[in-house]
Design a protein around this ligand. Structure first.
Ligand code: FE2
Ligand code: FE2
Length: 133
């Protein structure tokens, strides 16, 4: 695989991960709306949080590899999203399902915004730079 193929594979991988991330969020919203049981909701919520953590870590590794200059701001955005996911977890643990729905809606809006702005900017950097030595 040459450099361009590697890059395309990396970017396609990121796009796929974003689809899975949003897909898990939507699945959780639907599960809440249709009154699924607490254990069923918890499984999806944990998958969403775990997947989001792994995705953010892999993006941050790529940013270091490509010496991305806006890494600090991007990592701060990830931290803010993780904090919001944590608040949703806490509301879920205390049985505040109305708060969980509201918190998820905020998380979804922030995540979609992040993908469209910060992640898109990182994609553009990847397309025009080689990995740092
Ligand atoms: Fe992302
Ligand atoms: Fe990101």
């Amino acid at each position: 695989m040459d450099r361009d193929q590697c890059l395309t594979a990396g970017q396609n991988g990121m796009d796929k991960e974003h689809k899975i991330q949003i897909g898990l969020l939507v699945a959780l919203e639907q599960a809440l709306a249709t009154g699924k049981s607490h254990p069923e909701l918890l499984v999806i919520l944990e998958q969403l949080v775990d997947y989001t953590n792994i995705h953010f870590m892999s993006e941050q590794m790529l940013m270091r590899l490509y010496a991305y200059p806006d890494i600090a701001a991007h990592e701060a955005a990830h931290d803010r999203l993780i904090d919001q996911a944590r608040r949703v977890m806490e509301d879920f643990a205390s049985g505040e399902l109305t708060m969980v729905s509201a918190g998820l809606l905020t998380l979804k809006q922030w995540l979609i915004d992040h993908i469209r702005t910060d992640d898109h900017a990182f994609h553009r950097h990847l397309s025009s730079h080689a990995p740092a030595a």
